[in-house]
Design a binder for this molecule. Structure first.
Ligand code: SF4
Ligand code: SF4
Length: 754
């Protein structure tokens, strides 16, 4: 029997499912025709097509050769599960089947039989309970996890009845899960629409974890497949890894596409919709959360004394880092300079960026030396025009990222202290010579890192009531008053858009005589999706320097994290040995400019060139590249966050023995240090799911910002927008794949006791 005949012969449709499928299609068809005449907008051809596709998918899963080969090949069995849980259910719900099926029944049966039964209150209550998002989510997760345990899985492989039961469980759990996501007509949502995004992302996280188990397991998990006859070149472990990869890619693609569709729908209906005339400030929604109006918190944030205290505390910590770095032990995990900046500060910075915004600049320890510089050095020069913009800061960021790897800064307390000292000196001299906040705005690489990533933060400084600004003659928020400083970063609140260049110093808040400046909630990354003229920055489509800085931050995130992976380090060492080099350092130094500059330029340049050609967009490729580079910032921040939170979580106990040692050196005895706390802890079980969740959320945000950007650049025309978006989205997804690979690799525990 040849393969085609064998495949045809393996089709088998049991009588009961076949009858049910035919009956469902006939009833639906009949009801749909009647409803289409009454409600054409609700029951178009797409509904019918979706329902038929859903039924066909179920048939394909349970009756085709897929079912016949499922007990022999794990990847085929996985495909069967994916069809039943992720493909068929949303298609069936998109058909909005409740009304057509009911309407398709003979009138008497609907009116006197099924109708009253379906209206029975206990049944309605039970129905409401099982489609509650929490119950529905748990149903799919629990069904997936339970049926993939070796015992139940092998039982289903051995016994056809259990196998059918397993399929029924997956289909029902899938239907429950997708109900609140699709929310089929005419049902009502129990949760707000936006809540479906974390709903899907969390499901994706558990799906990814399970898939990773299949991909990375070093032995077959199910004995039945190990004993099955080999049908292909792949052995049982290879088959299992292929099944995991299928689950990973198909699952993530389905969940993320659904989440992206929800976000896009949400954005389309929100204030982020493209505007024909963007220069006018958008009206401030009345009920926007304003952190400065939250009792106590608002007063604390506005308090200059508290801000100075926070800066003084940070200055004290910086002084301790410098002193210990220069004079303390050379072992990084025993030195404050090895622990506070590289484990704590970086972790806390990303938490602050994700939760509020650029809080670090608010409490920046360089503020006080800068103020001292202004007193000591009377210079009032303007920052040189040629050095304006972000090119210099971007170059410094490249130097820093290269120096980090070249000099192993995480393991070099002396050098860390020296860099901190140089930073203080530069801040003092630059702000002593030049007026305004020249150091923050044009030089500080740390500040630029915060500015770029704060574009994804959920709060921004903005005018509470734009009308008040229109009637305000003084503009004190930027000019200042004799007693209160205005914005040194040259941001005029009514024309300020987003968080770029804002240090959250709140000088504008204190200077505004109308108490009209708030720290207002915004949709994360929303500012990246539009291109209005921005105070002091112009339109971002005219700023290749800001795009270059953003691209550097994005690719720097992946290069920096990859640099600590055992497989990458082993490959570098092997290549260095083959080339006869004493150490892989030269290779690292050669690879970094490629990873930080050449690769981003080539990748984005190609995506933009292809998108420009396909879409026929009227904007120049340069303007497209400037916009689309910024749309990658969320996935970049996600990678930085996953990386830094890994160090933070695994090194959280390090500060205790180091502080005890440092204080003992000063004669303050607080017990003897337990250095076991300076050893890297095992990563907690929640860490990898959290890292994946961050990457998922980052990709989702990037995709939605990219889509909004593509739509705006094509004047709202869908097809050209898709053509522009697609190549760029491939780049964003490639970054996400790289990030997911990174979080599953063994990490070098930099700066920890081994
Ligand atoms: S001083 Fe206040 S009211 Fe006047 S423009 Fe600035 S933020 Fe608006
Ligand atoms: S004064 Fe300028 S930098 Fe400071 S918070 Fe206001 S807008 Fe941001």
């Amino acid at each position: 029997m040849d393969a085609a005949t064998a495949a045809l012969a393996s089709w088998q449709l049991p009588l009961l499912p076949a009858t049910l499928a035919v009956l469902a299609v006939l009833l639906y068809w009949r009801g749909w025709r009647a409803l289409r005449a009454q409600l054409p907008a609700q029951f178009g051809a797409a509904r019918l097509a979706a329902f038929l596709a859903g039924v066909t998918t179920v048939i394909l899963a349970v009756a085709s050769p897929i079912d016949a080969f499922a007990p022999l090949l794990l990847r085929v069995h996985m495909l069967q599960h994916i069809l039943l849980t992720m493909v068929a259910p949303p298609l069936l719900w998109l058909g909005a089947p409740a009304l057509p099926l009911l309407r398709g029944l003979p009138q008497g049966a609907a009116k006197h039989g099924l109708g009253p039964f379906l209206a029975w209150p206990p049944l309605l209550a039970a129905g409401r309970f099982v489609v509650h998002p929490l119950v529905a989510w748990l149903a799919l997760v629990i069904a997936t996890l339970l049926w993939h345990l070796p015992g139940p899985y092998q039982l289903a492989l051995r016994d056809p009845d259990w196998h059918q039961f397993e399929h029924a469980c997956f289909l029902v759990a899938g239907l429950l899960f997708w109900f609140p996501v699709v929310q089929p007509y005419p049902s009502r949502a129990r949760w707000p629409r936006w809540a479906m995004v974390p709903y899907l992302l969390l499901a994706d996280a558990q799906n990814t974890l399970l898939a990773a188990l299949f991909v990375f397991a070093d032995r077959p998990l199910y004995a039945a497949y190990a004993a099955a006859p080999a049908l292909t070149a792949l052995d049982a472990r290879g088959d299992q890894a292929a099944a995991g990869a299928l689950m990973w890619v198909a699952g993530s693609a389905t969940y993320l596409v659904a989440a992206a569709a929800i976000v896009i729908g949400w954005l389309n209906g929100s204030a982020l919709a493209p505007r024909a005339a963007p220069p006018r400030p958008p009206p401030a929604p009345r009920r926007r959360l304003d952190l400065l109006r939250v009792p106590r918190l608002g007063a604390a944030l506005r308090s200059l004394a508290l801000r100075r205290a926070a800066q003084a505390l940070m200055l004290l910590l910086a002084a301790a880092v410098i002193a210990d770095g220069l004079l303390g032990p050379r072992m990084s995990p025993m030195n404050l300079a090895g622990v506070l900046p590289w484990t704590y500060w970086r972790g806390l910075v990303v938490i602050a960026l994700l939760a509020v915004g650029n809080v670090f600049c608010m409490a920046c320890p360089f503020m006080l030396p800068r103020a001292l510089g202004r007193r000591l050095l009377p210079g009032r020069r303007a920052w040189p025009r040629r050095l304006r913009g972000k090119w210099l800061a971007a170059a410094l960021l490249v130097v820093y990222l290269c120096a980090y790897e070249a000099f192993a800064l995480w393991d070099a307390p002396r050098l860390t202290a020296a860099i901190a000292l140089a930073y203080f000196a530069a801040a003092l001299v630059v702000d002593g010579i030049f007026r305004g906040a020249a150091f923050c705005k044009h030089l500080c690489p740390i500040g630029q890192f915060h500015f770029v990533h704060a574009t994804v933060s959920p709060f921004t400084i903005a005018a509470r009531d734009p009308e008040t600004c229109r009637s305000c003659a003084g503009a004190d928020c930027i000019r200042g008053t004799p007693t209160r400083r205005g914005c040194e970063l040259e941001l005029f609140v009514p024309e300020k858009r987003g968080n770029l260049d804002c240090t959250l110093c709140l000088d504008c808040v204190r200077a505004c005589p109308h108490d009209n400046v708030g720290l207002l909630a915004v949709a994360p990354a929303a500012e990246l999706a539009t291109d209005p003229p921005r105070s002091s920055l112009r339109r971002l489509s005219e700023r290749p320097d800001i795009a270059a800085l953003a691209l550097l931050c994005v690719f720097g995130a992946f290069a920096n994290a990859a640099g600590m992976l055992e497989p990458v380090l082993r490959a570098e060492a092997a290549l260095a040995a083959r080339l006869g080099l004493d150490s892989p350092l030269a290779l690292t130094l050669a690879a970094l400019p490629v990873a930080l500059v050449a690769l981003p330029v080539a990748a984005l340049g190609s995506a933009v060139a292809i998108g420009h050609r396909w879409s026929g967009a009227t904007a120049t490729p340069r303007a497209l590249a400037c916009r689309l580079a910024l749309a990658l910032v969320p996935i970049g921040l996600a990678m930085w966050s996953a990386h830094f939170l890994f160090h933070f979580a695994t090194g959280i106990g390090t500060a205790v023995p180091v502080a005890q040692r440092a204080l003992a050196d000063l004669g303050v005895a607080l017990g003897s240090p337990d250095w076991s706390h300076a050893a890297a802890m095992h990563a907690p079980a929640w860490l990898t799911p959290l890292e994946l969740l961050l990457l998922d959320a980052g990709l989702l945000l990037s995709l939605s910002v990219g889509w909004r950007t593509a739509l705006e650049l094509n004047h709202g025309r869908g097809r050209p927008a898709v053509a522009l978006h697609l190549p760029w989205a491939a780049l964003a997804i490639a970054l996400w794949v790289a990030g997911a690979w990174i979080v599953f690799q063994p990490m070098q525990m930099r700066g920890m006791v081994h």
